[in-house]
Design a protein around this ligand. Sequence first.
Ligand code: PMP
Ligand code: GLU
Length: 400
Amino acid sequence: MHSILSDRINAMEESATIAMAKKARELKGQGIDIISLSLGEPDFKTPLHIQQAAKDAIDEGKYFSYSPVAGYQDLREAIAKKLREENSIKEAKAENIVVSTGAKHAIANIFMCIVNEGDEVVIFSPYWVSYSEIIKLAGGVPVLIDGNLENNFKATAGQLKAAITDKTKAVIYSSPCNPSGSVFSKEELEAIADVVKEKDDLVVVADEIYELINFTGQHASIASFPGMFERTITVNGFSKGYAMTGWRVGYICAPVSLAKACEKIQSQFTSGGTGIAQRAALAGISGDQSSSKEMAKAYLKRRDLVLGLLKEIPGIKTHVPEGAFYFFPDVSAFFGKSTGQHTINNADDFCLYILNEAHVSLVTGAAFGAPNCIRLSYAASEEELKEALKRIKDALAKIN
Ligand code: PMP
Ligand code: GLU
């Protein structure tokens, strides 16, 4: 039966984040007390006023039919208003917005619309697992530029310049970054924009899905810089900042021609997103923002908690993440070491050892382009985090 599968799907990796979450769920199902720090998923419930908007939408009975492919007009207008007022993207209008079934879907639309066979896309690495696989699926070639622990995992505009060739079609980064939690400053993004503007027809995909979980207090949107609106596709969504992962609402803001192209592909693949979820998203974006701010405060407290606990573990090297809810420590000090029974040769082995020995699930950095690192999501309760870090410390103490 294997032969019926296309080369396209055979060449694709499964999402490592999703795979690890699946494994953790299976072990939990067998009654094993797993603490899951693998999936990047808020542990908070969707704020009540957003839940209520969905209930009201059901009671109104108006949102059960196919929704407009690019999203309800009032939601698109509310998103455009937010982008103008909070992100200084002055040109943003409803016609630039396409609402999709999560930001992941929005990113898939984009690359299917802009990449021809053999086109290169430069990815700021470490990077979110799905970028490279979506680009490859679209026929593109991912070109990684690597940040490292010393520069807070932020590759530079200089590296971007060196990576650009005649075939480069697009550049993608996330800020705040999944997996590193790093945040590009306005100045760093200005330098990146200057490089992008040197080449005709080069666009930036700016993934801002962690915008609301940023401890620096400063979020810069590259689309707001002079001359950048026409060259930028801003990606955002409701999963992280509004704790709405399962509702599946994300969006892009792009020049009209690109927005129309994304609408076209969406019209063939999925149609408009779920109506009820869009009504909930509208309440999120236009309602009281205090629950998002409270969640961000809680993440900051947890970041500091985990930072303190990680520092107590010999061999773990970490920078201080400025946003999102991930640590991305370098664990290469453990490579080549052994428990007597198990040898840890790489980050995959490290994660497997921690899963089996400490019953804590993490994700290998190899999936994010950084094979010396592992990703730990601290979107979990303080009790779980303390217990998880204690278990990790104890398990690592058995290695030498
Ligand atoms: N971009 C990044 C950087 C992410 O971490 C995620 C998390 N899933 C997404 C996009 C996609 O988010 P969603 O599809 O849940 O909106
Ligand atoms: N973005 C989250 C993560 O990185 C959710 C899982 C996924 O969509 O990959 O864990």
